[in-house]
Design a protein. Structure first.
Length: 174
């Protein structure tokens, strides 16, 4: 009688076979658990490609930037500037305006800063007689806080007091 073409392993391979079979069994048993390791790629809460995922703060955590609430335009319209214009606060407002606003709005607030020509939409004219100059102090504060159109938000860069100082200084632009 003839045997099948498969010959049993011999020599060195025979003692290793049970260990190899056990290793394959454990690998097959543990493999489904590996899906949970890299699930973040599938469950990423980002909305668009290359966008930062939304990271919610842990329950009960204290924000590092304070608990400032962003107002609606209607609420902002009624706000009054808590910073009283004085020589000192206007000087601080002018300094902050020079750092954050001059590149786009220019020295006089006409919207003709050094980078204004390259921007779409172009920066607004924020002098007192212009359309932007007719906005209330609270509305200007809200624009500094949230940004508007092509203007970035300065909430992370400026404290509320600093933003109010800039609003006070804007009122001096003619």
């Amino acid at each position: 009688m003839r045997r099948s073409g498969v010959t049993p392993p011999s020599g060195i391979l025979r003692p290793v076979l049970p260990a190899l079979a056990a290793l394959l069994f454990f690998a097959a048993a543990l493999l489904p658990g590996c899906e949970k390791i890299d699930r973040d790629m599938w469950d990423n809460p980002a909305f668009k490609a290359q966008e930062e995922p939304v990271r919610l703060p842990p329950q009960g955590s204290v924000p590092t930037k304070g608990t400032e609430r962003i107002l609606s335009p209607g609420e902002a319209r009624t706000l009054r500037n808590p910073v009283k214009p004085s020589e000192w606060t206007l000087a601080q407002g002018k300094e902050l305006y020079g750092i954050f606003c001059i590149p786009c709005h220019g020295e006089t607030g006409a919207g003709n800063g050094a980078v204004a020509g390259k921007m779409v939409p172009t920066p607004a004219d924020i002098r007192t007689g212009s359309h932007a100059g007719t906005h209330s102090d609270g509305e200007l504060f809200l624009v500094l806080t949230k940004g508007s159109g092509g203007m970035p938000a300065f909430r992370a860069d400026l404290s509320p007091e600093e933003r109010w100082k800039i609003v006070s200084y804007l009122r001096t632009l003619k």
